[in-house]
Design a protein around this ligand. Structure first.
Ligand SMILES: *Cc1c(COP(=O)(O)O)cnc(C)c1O
Length: 400
C-alpha cells in the first residue's frame, strides 16, 4: 500500500514524546512556576533568549507543549498554543492582529460566540467588521479595505454547513498582504486549512478533538513567529490576557487526540447514513456529503477523503414548535441528548436559532438562511446507526 499524501493522523502518530521517566503518557507538570539554578538563565528566559526553559505556566507548561506540538503536527503548522477555551483561541488570535481603526472581513455564518465578539464586543476598540457570504469570493474581495487585516471564516460554517474555499480565500488574503484565519472545529483531520494556505488555524478542542464533553479548551496553530508573538511577555495577547489551559486537561486531551482518526471516521459514516435517511424521508436536509450540496466540490478538493464529510447534519422542521417536539421525543426515545455543543460520543441536537446562534439578531438569521425550525445534529459514535434511525422514525411519526 502506498502512503497517503496528507495524513494528519500519521503526523500525530509519528511524534515521539518520551516522558521524563520513559512514561508513555508524559507526566503532568503540576507546577505554576519553575526553578532556575543560575540567575542569568532566568533573565535570559525572560528576554526570550533561552530556548527550552520554562518560566511560568501562563506562558508555557511542558504538558501544554506536548499537546501543542501534537496539534501543530496535525495541522501541519510550525507551532501551536493551547487555550482554556475555543473562544479564548479565537479572540486572542484576532486581537493579536488588529489595532484601533482596523477592519475585519468575516463570514456571515459563524459560531454564535464568534459572531457576538465581532458584532458587539470588538466595536469598543473601534474595529469595524464586514460580514459577507463567504462562498461568494467576489463579495469577499469587494469587502476588503486598505485597513483590512483579517479574513475570518470556518472551514465548515456553523450551523448551516457552508464550505469555505480555503485555497481561494488564502489567495485573496495573500494578494492583499492580510491574514486568513480559519476555525477548523467541525473538521479536524478532514481538512488541514494551513496546508491550503490559511495563515492561522483555530480550534475549539471542546468538540471533536477532545470528544468527551468533560472540559472546554482551544488551540491556535500557526507559524513559530505568530505563536511566539502571541506568547511574548511584553506584547503577546495570549500571555497578557492569560487564558492558559490547565496542564491536567492538556494531558487528558492529548490522550483523546490519539483516537481522533477512528472517531472522525465513525462520526462521518453515521452522519452520512442519517443524512441520507432524513432526505429519503422527505425532510429538508443539509449535509456536505450530498453531491448537490453547494460546497460539496470545494470540500472534495480540500479534504482528506478517508475521514468523510464530518459528523454534522442540519434538518429543517419548518417551525420551532415542531423542532422542539421532535427533539424532546428523540431524547426520550434515546437517540441522544437535547444539548448544545458537538463532537461528543453520543448524538447531540439543538435548535440553532434558539440556542447556539441566538446571539445573531433574527433579521440576520433570516438573511443567512437560518430557519427557526433548523435542528443541528452532531452525530455520535453509535455502533448500530440503523437502530438509531429506527428511534428517529418513531420520533418523527409522533410529531407529524
Ligand atoms: C464551540 C465552538 C467555538 C467556541 O469554543 P468554546 O470551547 O466553547 O469556547 C468556536 N467555534 C466553533 C465552530 C464552535 O463550535
Amino acid at each position: 500500500m502506498t502512503s497517503k499524501k496528507n495524513d494528519p493522523s500519521s503526523r500525530i502518530f509519528d511524534l515521539l514524546q518520551f516522558g521524563e521517566f520513559g512514561d508513555v503518557n508524559p507526566s503532568i507538570t503540576d507546577s505554576a512556576t519553575y526553578t532556575f539554578l543560575q540567575a542569568h538563565t532566568m533573565s535570559d528566559t525572560f528576554a526570550g533568549l533561552q530556548e527550552g526553559c520554562y518560566l511560568y505556566s501562563r506562558h508555557w507548561n511542558p504538558s501544554n507543549k506536548y499537546l501543542a506540538d501534537a496539534l501543530a503536527a496535525m495541522e501541519g503548522t510550525e507551532s501551536a498554543w493551547v487555550t482554556a477555551s475555543g473562544m479564548a483561541a479565537i479572540t486572542c488570535a484576532i486581537l493579536q492582529q488588529v489595532s484601533t481603526g482596523d477592519h475585519i472581513v468575516c463570514s456571515m455564518t459563524t459560531y454564535g460566540g464568534t459572531f457576538a465578539f465581532l458584532y458587539n464586543y470588538i466595536k469598543k476598540f473601534n474595529i469595524a467588521v464586514t460580514f459577507v457570504d463567504i462562498s461568494k469570493l467576489d463579495e469577499v474581495e469587494k469587502a476588503i479595505r486598505p485597513n483590512t487585516k483579517i479574513i475570518y471564516t470556518e472551514t465548515m460554517t456553523n450551523p448551516l454547513l457552508q464550505i469555505s474555499d480555503i485555497p481561494a480565500l488564502a489567495k485573496i488574503a495573500d494578494n492583499h498582504g492580510i491574514k486568513l484565519v480559519v476555525d477548523n472545529t467541525f473538521t479536524p483531520l478532514i481538512v488541514s486549512p494551513a496546508l491550503h494556505g490559511a495563515h492561522i488555524v483555530v480550534h475549539s478542542m471542546t468538540k471533536f478533538i477532545n470528544g468527551k464533553n468533560d472540559c472546554v479548551a482551544g488551540a491556535i496553530c500557526s507559524t513559530k513567529e505568530f505563536i511566539d508573538a502571541l506568547c511574548d511577555v511584553n506584547s503577546g495577547t495570549a500571555m497578557l490576557l492569560g487564558p492558559a489551559l490547565d496542564p491536567l486537561r492538556s494531558s487528558s486531551i492529548l490522550k483523546n487526540l490519539h483516537t481522533l482518526h477512528i472517531r472522525m471516521k465513525q462520526h462521518s459514516k453515521n452522519a452520512q447514513y442519517l443524512a441520507e435517511r432524513f432526505r429519503e424521508a422527505g425532510l429538508k436536509t443539509i449535509y456536505p456529503g450530498f453531491e448537490d450540496h453547494k460546497g460539496h466540490e470545494v470540500m472534495r478538493k480540500m479534504m482528506n477523503e478517508e475521514f468523510g464529510f464530518g459528523g454534522m447534519i442540519a434538518i429543517d422542521l419548518g417551525t420551532s414548535e415542531r423542532a422542539s417536539r421532535l427533539m424532546e421525543k428523540m431524547e426520550t426515545e434515546g437517540v441522544g441528548y437535547l444539548a448544545v455543543s458537538l463532537g461528543y460520543f453520543k448524538t447531540l441536537f439543538s435548535n440553532s436559532g434558539k440556542s447556539t446562534s441566538s446571539e445573531i439578531p433574527e433579521d440576520i438569521q433570516q438573511e443567512m438562511g437560518l430557519s427557526e425550525g433548523l435542528i443541528r445534529f452532531s452525530v455520535g459514535l453509535d455502533n448500530d446507526i440503523e437502530r438509531t434511525w429506527g428511534k428517529i422514525i418513531t420520533s418523527l411519526e409522533s410529531c407529524k
